[in-house]
Ligand binder design. Structure first.
Ligand code: PXG
Length: 291
């Protein structure tokens, strides 16, 4: 495997960064996870735009243009001869000293692109649906570390993941600081009630996920009413259907939350229609390349 590191494609073994990199020392950096379906980098432009927005907020001026970044992603995929893949794009503040001050890193930013495979959940979970649990750790307060910011500091999500797995569940439902449903550790959440879709708005501590936006587009196309609306656990326990969305997870039905059955505890019809439409879009919506 070849990894893109600061402008060069190097062997996985040689893809090393300094222990003084502030991405390592402080989580000072940003990232994106992108899917590739049959030589089509799904929603690449949207991912690159979000990466630059995250970087802007942490005042990390990426030294690459967006166009150069897109070319680098494609180059990495081609070099690794990958048709289907998961791409991790990471830009960190780079090497500095043992203080927090990012100015000491003097524009040494580290840029990494890893292209590999990912299987998040077993296939049968997509057919049967999964059970999730609400965890005690609440999603970051937007004025502390805004969930819109895909930073290298993912401990909030990791703590929630640990709590879910300690209880024997694969995914955690996270509430926000006000007690409303926010999202899961690496996925957005949707519920269906009376044939309409609901997902928490951005201000609830919810990442504006690219898969989430794609589902909202699909709902418009299929004429399914869709609302960005706040809700509590009570509403979601009493929903007809529920599913999660994310680049890695794609769309996965949820059939049980905190041991309450959702609807008839089977993936619902609206969920299945959206999943079908989503898989169609992964064949058309992105940047194409050839091997
Ligand atoms: N919420 C959070 C907190 C995320 O990190 C999503 C929602 C979904 O967004 P997209 O744009 O992918 O539809 C994410 C993205 C993993 C993993 O291993 C997941 C993400 C990032 C890194 C790793 O599950 N998720």
């Amino acid at each position: 495997m070849k990894v893109y590191l600061n402008g060069k494609l190097v062997d996985k073994k040689e893809a090393k960064i300094s222990v003084f990199d502030h991405g390592y020392l402080y989580g000072d950096g940003v990232f994106e996870g992108i899917r590739v379906y049959n030589c089509l980098v799904f929603k690449l432009k949207e991912h690159i735009d979000r990466l630059y927005e995250s970087a802007h907020t942490i005042t990390l001026g990426i030294s690459f243009t967006k166009k150069a970044m897109i070319d680098a992603v494609v180059k990495t995929l081609k070099e690794n001869k990958l048709k289907d893949a998961y791409v991790r794009l990471v830009v960190s503040r780079g090497e500095g000293d043992l203080g927090l001050d990012p100015r000491k890193c003097k524009g040494n930013q580290t840029m990494v692109i890893i292209a590999d495979k990912i299987v998040l959940y077993p296939k049968e979970l997509y057919q049967k649906g999964m059970a999730i649990i609400t965890v005690p750790t609440v999603r970051n307060h937007p004025e502390a570390l805004n969930p819109q910011l895909k930073s290298l500091n993912y401990l909030n999500n990791i703590l929630a993941k640990i709590e879910a797995s300690n209880s024997g569940y694969q995914e955690a439902l996270m509430l926000n600081h006000l007690g409303y449903v926010a999202e899961c550790t690496g996925d957005n959440i949707f519920m269906v009630k009376n044939d309409a879709l609901y997902t928490p708005p951005q201000c609830m501590g919810t990442l504006k996920g690219i898969t989430r936006n794609t589902v909202l587009d699909i709902a418009r196309k299929l004429k399914i009413p869709a609302h960005e609306h706040i809700f509590t656990r009570h509403e979601i326990y009493n929903a007809d259907e529920c599913f999660l969305t994310g680049t890695a997870a794609e769309i996965i039905p949820v059939v049980k939350i905190d041991e309450r059955a959702i609807g008839d505890a089977k993936p619902g019809n609206v969920t299945k229609r959206i999943m079908k439409e989503f898989h169609k879009l992964t064949k058309t919506d992105g940047v194409k390349y050839s091997l």
